[in-house]
Ligand binder design. Structure first.
Ligand code: SF4
Length: 694
C-alpha cells in the first residue's frame, strides 16, 4: 500500500533485490517507512528504480516476519520460542557435540548473497576459525560461480570488467542468456537508451525476450539457440572471427598469451565449429551467426552482457571462457564501451563471493592452500587454519544423505526451494542432526531446522552490498531489527559460544578488518564511502578512489589466457518420454523464490508461475491457453497453467520459479557445471500433458 504524507526524516540505503544495486531514500514517519524514493545521486541508478525496489519496504513489517528465536529437538516437534541466549547456546552445543562425535568436517555453513558483506565475512570467519574447517559455500554457487571461475582463469579476476555507465559508449551490445528487462530493469533502461541512440544489438536467447523486439527497440539479430548449446554458438562466432580475418591482431599480440591464442584459433577454425556445423546443435541459422559475428567484431566497441542463461549449465564455466576468448580476439576488453559483464541476480552475489565464502578461497579469491595467504589470516585471527579445501553446497548435501555431514548453519537462504532437485536437498537436510536457519521468514528450509534465528530485513541492516559493477554501496539502518539483534551480532555470539572470541562494536570495524586482509579492498572504509558515496573495487593504494574499468593496460593475470572450449552436449537429453526442453527465468514484479515480493504490494501482479509453450507444441497435445498442465521430468512432476506464446520456439517450454506452490525445482536435474557444480537449471527434458489437479 502506498502511504502518503510528509516524511519526518530519511536515510539513503541500497535496494536488496537485484545486482544493479539502486540507491534509495527511505522516507520515514517516526520508525515507519512511508516511501522509497530512487536516489538521484545513486551512481548505479541515477534516480531511477523498478517496481520491485520502489515497493521493497512492503515485506519488512509483514505479519509473517519472524522475530523470536526458536528451537526444537526433532523436525517433527513443534517449535518452542526461547531467549536469544538459549537459542545460541543450544546451536553451539549441538555443533560441538556433532564435531566431537563425527569429526571436525561434519559441520559447515552457507552464506547468503542477500546479506551484507560484513555479515557474510563473519559467517565464513566463524566456519574457518570456530568450526576450524573450510566447509563454507555461498548461494552464488548456484548462480554465478562459473563467472568466478571463467573470468579468473582467462582475465585474472572473478568479476565483470566494466561499470554500468560504460554501456553508453558501446556500439554493439551482445546479450546472451539474460533478460535485463525483467531481471535488471534499471540497467535495461540504460541499454535501451543506448540502442535508441544507434548501438546495434544481438540477442542470443532461446526465447524471444523483450529486448529482441519492444516498442522502441529491435535487435539486429536474434539467435534463438536451443537451451544447452551456448558453447557451440560462441565457438561458431569465434570460427567466423578467425576464418574471416576479423582478429584484432595488435591487441592480441600485445595483451594475450600468444601460444594459447594460436591453439584457440586452430581449435575454433576447425570445420566442426563452423556456424554450418553448429546449426545442428544450436538450431540457429548459420547465416545469422556469420552476420552477428561480423557485426560484433567490426562494429566498433563490442560489449557482452550475460546472465544465468550462461552460467547455469553443465558447461557454464566453459561458456564464460568462450565469451572471454571472443572478446580478447576482437580487442573488446580494457576500455569504455566494451567488456564482459555478468548481470548479477542478487543484490550481493559479487560481495558474497568477494568475502571469502567459497570453500577454497579466502576473501579476495586467494586459495586456502596458499601458505603465505593463510599465515596472514592466522596472524589476524589467532588460530591455525585448515589448508584443505572444504565442501561445496552440493557436497554437503550428498554427504548428509550418506550420513557423514551432520550440522549446517544457513544464513538467509532457502535451499529447499531454490536449489535443484528438491527431493535430494530435503533428504540431505532431513538427515542432519542440527540445522540452524537465520532468516526473516519461516521458509521451506526451516521445515528441516532445529534452531531458528530471526534475521533482519535490509531496512534493519547496517553495512555494505557490492553490485554487479563491483560497486560497494552503503546499506544504512533505517529501522531497528525487529528481532532486537543485528545479524552480525548473532554470528559473533554464536562464535563465542563455540569458543572463538570475536569482537566488533560496529560493522565499520568489520569492514576495517576486511580491508586489512583483502588487497582489493585495502582502501575501503566507511569514512571513504561517506565521502564518495560508493567505490568500485579494486580500491587500494594504486586506486584510492576505486576502479570503474578493469584490465585497462594489462590483464590482472598478466597476459590474457585463451582457453580451448570444446562443446560437450549435456547429459540431460530429450527422448520419447521427455521430448521437450524446459528452461527457467524471472518476471519483472517477482524476485527469485518470491519470499519478499510475494509479501509485497507489487507481488500481487503475478500470483502464479505459468508454463509458456509454443502454439505448435500446445496444439499437438490438445492444450489450450489457461489449461492446467502437468510438467514432468526424470526428477518429478508439478502442475501449473499453460500460456500459449509465440515467444517460445517449438520444442522448448519456459517457466518462472517464484512460487513455492509450483515448486519448479522439483523437476530440475542433478547435472551441474563441470568446474564449479553450479546446477544446470536451464536445461531439463520434460513432457507436458493436460491434467485436472494440482
Ligand atoms: Fe534497482 Fe534491481 Fe532494486 Fe529494481 S530490483 S530497484 S533494478 S536494484
Amino acid at each position: 500500500v502506498i502511504e502518503h504524507g510528509q516524511p519526518e526524516h530519511s536515510k539513503v540505503t541500497t535496494c536488496a533485490y537485484c545486482g544493479v544495486g539502486c540507491s534509495f531514500k527511505a522516507e520515514m514517519q517516526g520508525d515507519r517507512v512511508i516511501r522509497m524514493v530512487p536516489y538521484k545521486d545513486g551512481k548505479a541508478n541515477e534516480g531511477h528504480s523498478c517496481v520491485k525496489g520502489r515497493f521493497a519496504w512492503g515485506y519488512a513489517n509483514h505479519r509473517d516476519r519472524m522475530t523470536k528465536p526458536m528451537i526444537r529437538a526433532r523436525i517433527t516437534d513443534p517449535w518452542r520460542e526461547v531467549s536469544w541466549e538459549e537459542a545460541i547456546s543450544h546451536a553451539a552445543s549441538e555443533f560441538k557435540r556433532i564435531q566431537a562425535r563425527y569429526g571436525r568436517e561434519s559441520v559447515g555453513a552457507i552464506t547468503s548473497s542477500r546479506c551484507t558483506n560484513e555479515e557474510v565475512f563473519l559467517v565464513q570467519k566463524l566456519v574457518r576459525a570456530a568450526f576450524r574447517n573450510n566447509n563454507v559455500d555461498t548461494c552464488a554457487r548456484v548462480c554465478h560461480s562459473p563467472t568466478g571461475y571463467g573470468l579468473k582463469t582467462t582475465l585474472g579476476t572473478s568479476a565483470g570488467t566494466q561499470d554500468f555507465k560504460s554501456v553508453a559508449k558501446a556500439d554493439v551490445i551482445l546479450i546472451i542468456g539474460a533478460n535485463p528487462t525483467d531481471g535488471h530493469p534499471v540497467f535495461a533502461s540504460r541499454m535501451k537508451k543506448r540502442i535508441r541512440e544507434g548501438a546495434r544489438l544481438i540477442v542470443a536467447d532461446p526465447r524471444r525476450i523483450d529486448m529482441v523486439k519492444s516498442p522502441h527497440i529491435k535487435a539486429d539479430y536474434h539467435l534463438p539457440l536451443r537451451p544447452g548449446t551456448n558453447v557451440a554458438l560462441l565457438n561458431a562466432l569465434g570460427h567466423v572471427v578467425v576464418t574471416e580475418g576479423l582478429i584484432d591482431e595488435s591487441y592480441v599480440r600485445e595483451r594475450c598469451d600468444l601460444d594459447a591464442f594460436e591453439q584457440w584459433a586452430r581449435f575454433v577454425a576447425r570445420e566442426e565449429n563452423s556456424p554450418e556445423a553448429s546449426e545442428q546443435y544450436t538450431g540457429v541459422p548459420a547465416a545469422d551467426v556469420r552476420a552477428a559475428a561480423r557485426l560484433y567484431a567490426t562494429g566498433g566497441n563490442g560489449a557482452i552482457y550475460y546472465g544465468l542463461g550462461v552460467t547455469e549449465h553443465s558447461q557454464g564455466s566453459t561458456t564464460v571462457m568462450a565469451m572471454a576468448n571472443l572478446a580478447m580476439a576482437t580487442g573488446n576488453i580494457g576500455r569504455d564501451g566494451v567488456g564482459i559483464n555478468p548481470l548479477r541476480g542478487q543484490n550481493n552475489v559479487q560481495g558474497s563471493c568477494d568475502m571469502g565464502s567459497f570453500p577454497h578461497e579466502f576473501s579476495g579469491y586467494r586459495h586456502v592452500a596458499d601458505d603465505s595467504t593463510r599465515q596472514v589470516f592466522e596472524m589476524m585471527w589467532g588460530v591455525p587454519l585448515d589448508p584443505e579445501q572444504g565442501l561445496r553446497i552440493t557436497n554437503m548435501l550428498d554427504e548428509a544423505v550418506d550420513g557423514t555431514f551432520k550440522g549446517l548453519y544457513v544464513q538467509g537462504e532457502d535451499i529447499a526451494q531454490s536449489d535443484p532437485n528438491t527431493k535430494h536437498v530435503t533428504a540431505g537436510l532431513a538427515a542432519m542432526e542440527c540445522v540452524v536457519i537465520q532468516d526473516i521468514f519461516l521458509n521451506e528450509t526451516a521445515k528441516y531446522a532445529h534452531v531458528f534465528l530471526p534475521g533482519a530485513s535490509f531496512l534493519e541492516k547496517d553495512g555494505t552490498f557490492t553490485n554487479a559493477e563491483r560497486r560497494i554501496n552503503r546499506v544504512r539502518q533505517v529501522m531497528a531489527p525487529l528481532s532486537g539483534k543485528d545479524e552480525w551480532q548473532v554470528t559473533i555470539e554464536l562464535a563465542r559460544a563455540l569458543g572463538y572470541e570475536m569482537s566488533y562494536a560496529h560493522p565499520g570495524e568489520i569492514m576495517d578488518e576486511i580491508a586489512r586482509l583483502t588487497p582489493s579492498f585495502a582502501g575501503v572504509s566507511y569514512d571513504k564511502l561517506e565521502k564518495l558515496g560508493s567505490v568500485q573495487w579494486p580500491c587500494n593504494e594504486k586506486a584510492p578512489t576505486g576502479t570503474p574499468l578493469m584490465h585497462v593496460d594489462r590483464f590482472v593475470r598478466g597476459k590474457g589466457q585463451f582457453m580451448i572450449t570444446e562443446f560437450i552436449a549435456t547429459d540431460e537429453r530429450t527422448g520419447p518420454r521427455f521430448p521437450l526442453l524446459l528452461t527457467t527465468g524471472r518476471i519483472l514484479s517477482q524476485y527469485n523464490v518470491g519470499a519478499q515480493t510475494r509479501r509485497t504490494e507489487n507481488g500481487a501482479w503475478h500470483d502464479e508461475d505459468v508454463l509458456e509453450i509454443h502454439p505448435f507444441d500446445a496444439e499437438s497435445r490438445g492444450i489450450r491457453d489457461g489449461d492446467l498442465v502437468s510438467l514432468a521430468s526424470r526428477s518429478g512432476d508439478i502442475a501449473l497453467r499453460a500460456e500459449i506464446s509465440e515467444r517460445m520456439q517449438p520444442g522448448v517450454v519456459y517457466t518462472t520459479f517464484h512460487h513455492a506452490k509450483t515448486g519448479a525445482n522439483v523437476i530440475t536435474t542433478d547435472y551441474s557445471d563441470w568446474a564449479t557444480n553450479c546446477p544446470e537449471y536451464k536445461v531439463t527434458a520434460v513432457e507436458v500433458r493436460r491434467t485436472n489437479h494440482y
